[in-house]
Design a binder for this molecule. Sequence first.
Ligand code: HMG
Ligand code: MG
Length: 306
Amino acid sequence: MRFPEKVKLVEVGPRDGLQNEKQTIPVEVKLALVNRLSEAGFPNIEAASFVSPKWVPQMATSTELMASIHRRPGTLYSALVPNMKGFEAALAARADEVVIFGAASEAFSQKNINCSIAESIERFREVATAAKANGLRLRGSISCALGCPYQGEVTPAAVADVVRRMRDLGCDEIDIADTIGVGTAVQVQRVFEQVATEFPLAQLAGHFHDTYGQALANIYAALSIGVAIFHASVAGLGGCPYAKGATGNVATEDVLYLLDGLGITTGVDINAVVDAGQFISNHLGRPSASRAGNAIAARRSPEHAA
Ligand code: HMG
Ligand code: MG
C-alpha cells in the first residue's frame, strides 16, 4: 500500500457531466456552475469541448462559456479538442489545457470520433505540436480502457499501446478512462501497473464512470498503488453520448468524502461542491446522484435540524 498524501482532483462535470443532457442547458447555468466549482478550489476544471455541434449539441456554447467564466488563479481550465478546428477554437477561448481523446478500442474510436486509432493519433499529432508551440498543457484521454460497449474485452496491452503513442505525442498527463464503468478493482490495478511501464504513474489519471457502482472501489484500488490524479463529476452527472447505457462519472462529493476520510488532501472544499451539486440538480429537476452530497445537504436542511 502506498497511498498518496495529496490527490489532484479534476472536476469534469461541466464537460463530461453536461454533454449528455438531453435538455439544452442555458449558458448562464453552465457559467454559474463553473464559477461555483472554481470557488470550491479545484486545481483543474474540464469546462468545455470544441467538437462538432452536430455530434454533441450541448457543447455548442463552449466559446461563450469560456469567454465569461471567472478564472480563479490556481485553476486550470481544460477543453476537449478532437482536431485542429477544435484546437483553434480552444486557443481563441484561452483554454489552459487541451485534451486529445482517443480510445483503446477500435470500435469505440470509430463511433466516437469517426476514425481508427491510428488515424486519430495522426490527427492529434498536429494538435500536439500546436499546443506545445502555444505553451498549452496537453492531456490525452483513453476511452474504453477497461471494457468497450461494442467489442467487449480490452486488454491492458492495448491500453499501454495507446499510452505509448500519446506519450510520444508529448502528453503531460494521460487519463485511463472506464467509459462504461465496467472495470473492477484488481483489473484497474493491473491496467495501471501495465501502463506505468510506459508513462510515469504520477502523470496518470483515473477517469471512472459509475455505471456498475464500482467507481469508488476502483479509486481506492488505484490510490493503493499510488495513483494520485482522479476525475469526478459534481452530483455524479454525465455519460458519453456514444456509449449507450453508460451513466455518470463518479460523484465528486463522494470522492471527496472518501479522500477526506483517508486524510488525503485535495485543496477542495466539499461543502462548496455539495452546494454546486444541489444547484445543478435543482436546475435539471432531479435529485443529485451523489450519496454523500445528498447526505450532507440533508444534514444541513432546516427540516433535519428541527
Ligand atoms: P467527422 O464528421 O468525421 O468530421 O467528425 P469532418 O471533419 O468530416 O467534419 C464534419 C463537420 O463537422 C464539418 O461541418 C466540420 O466543419 C465540423 P459541416 O461542413 O458538415 O458543416 N467539425 C467541427 N465543428 C466544430 N468543432 C470541431 C469540428 N470538427 C469538425 N472541432 C469529429 C469527426 C471528431 C469532428 C466528430 O466525430 C466529433 O465531433 N466527435 C466528438 C464526439 C464527442 O465529443 N464525444 C464525447 C467526448 S469523449 C468522452 O466523453 C469520453 C471521455 O469522457 C473519457 C471516457 O469517459 O471515456 C473523454
Ligand atoms: Mg467520460
